[in-house]
Design a protein around this ligand. Structure first.
Ligand SMILES: [Zn+2]
Length: 351
């Protein structure tokens, strides 16, 4: 057995030298398995050792086998480390990935959906003013979608919204507006609060100018001394940022349960700039959304002190705004997945 151990010492040294000359992950692993694996040579030696009866001889042989095993383990660890270094060196030797390489003319470059472009444009502008982006659930309880927004049970406004109710769960709805997010935000955060909340909303509507799913954004400010003048200023700022500095807005008194006073927001027709055209039905103005001062009952619902704080809210449709900004005449274009339509838009939000 002494003889075998001596032979093994030599043959391992030869094999290790061969692997060292051309190291590969497979060669190193094969070497490890041949010597240290469950059916390898070293475990076989230990097995044979069990048959040695002379105690002194058994002790000497055991020591020799241990030494051989330690030598092999150390050599294989060295080979593995050298192999890892070789792989890294090969990677570093390759030319680096050049991200500035021009894209070949025929390749299909990705672009952002016009609604995403519009959302990013609005969110980026408001982020500059220190607004935070908030999100909320699309499947919502009637508390967040209605009750907390001053739309109590049996209020006709629940009808007005053409809501998708969920048959098995009468207190859950697909949110009809992004206004549910302001309730989540106000329950979560203490005033003052500045938030922008974009998202998908759902109504039972389906024709050339309405789809059952569309996109809204809501902009909310709560602080001491917020007035209607701030609201008008913010809407004007936002619309000038989305279109250009010559954009004008006007407000018409209207009713939304969650604001008081409330107003509809019109902007100068982006197609004719007020001179009258088919898009604006010759009026020169386009209705784009609703706004108002947050109703004290909404503050009640979220435990905000309506004596100390006032708030303003402005919401509008991102789909309609994208149509006006990019001159798209059919809402259905947004949803039919036509590549040649989509390809006309850039990867980043242009100003
Ligand atoms: Zn017009």
């Amino acid at each position: 057995m002494q003889q075998i151990i001596a032979t093994y010492q030599q043959s391992f040294a030869h094999q290790a030298a061969a692997v060292h000359a051309t190291p590969s992950r497979k060669a190193i692993e094969d070497l490890r398995i041949a010597w240290l694996g469950r059916k390898g040579k070293i475990p076989a030696l230990y097995q044979d050792l069990k048959g040695v009866t002379d105690g002194r001889e058994k002790g000497l042989l055991g020591k020799a086998i241990n030494e051989l095993r330690n030598t092999i383990e150390a050599a294989i660890a060295d080979l593995q480390a050298a192999g890892a270094r070789a792989v890294l060196a090969a990677q570093l030797a390759r030319p680096p990935l050049d991200v500035t390489m021009p894209v070949s003319a025929g390749s299909r470059m990705g672009s952002l959906h016009p609604v995403s472009l519009m959302r990013n444009l609005v969110v980026d502008e408001l982020a500059k003013l220190g607004f935070s982006v908030f999100d909320g659930p699309e499947v919502e309880t009637d508390f967040y979608n209605f009750t907390a927004l001053n739309i109590p049970e049996n209020h006709p406004a629940r009808d007005m919204q053409d809501t998708f109710f969920i048959a098995e769960h009468p207190h859950y709805v697909l949110r009809t507006h992004t206004s549910n997010i302001q309730i989540h935000a106000m329950l979560q955060e203490k005033p003052p609060l500045r938030l922008v909340a974009p998202g998908r909303v759902f109504r039972v509507d389906n024709d050339a100018t309405h789809t059952p799913m569309f996109h809204q954004v809501e902009i909310v400010v709560v602080d001491r001394g917020i007035s209607f003048a701030h609201l008008k200023g913010l809407i004007e700022y936002t619309m000038k940022a989305v279109f250009d500095s010559s954009m004008k807005i006007r407000l018409r008194p209207s009713y939304f349960p969650f604001v008081e006073p409330g107003a509809e927001v019109d902007m100068l027709c982006s197609m004719c700039r007020g001179s009258g055209c088919r898009v604006c039905k010759e009026s020169g103005w386009l209705e784009i959304g609703g706004c108002g001062m947050i109703h004290p009952n909404v503050f009640e619902a979220v435990n905000y002190d309506s004596e100390t704080y006032t708030g303003m809210a402005f919401g509008f449709g991102l789909d309609r705004m994208a149509m006006l900004k990019y001159g798209i005449n059919d809402l259905r274009q947004f949803f039919n997945g036509d590549y040649s339509f989509q390809q006309q838009f850039p990867l980043y939000s242009p100003r």
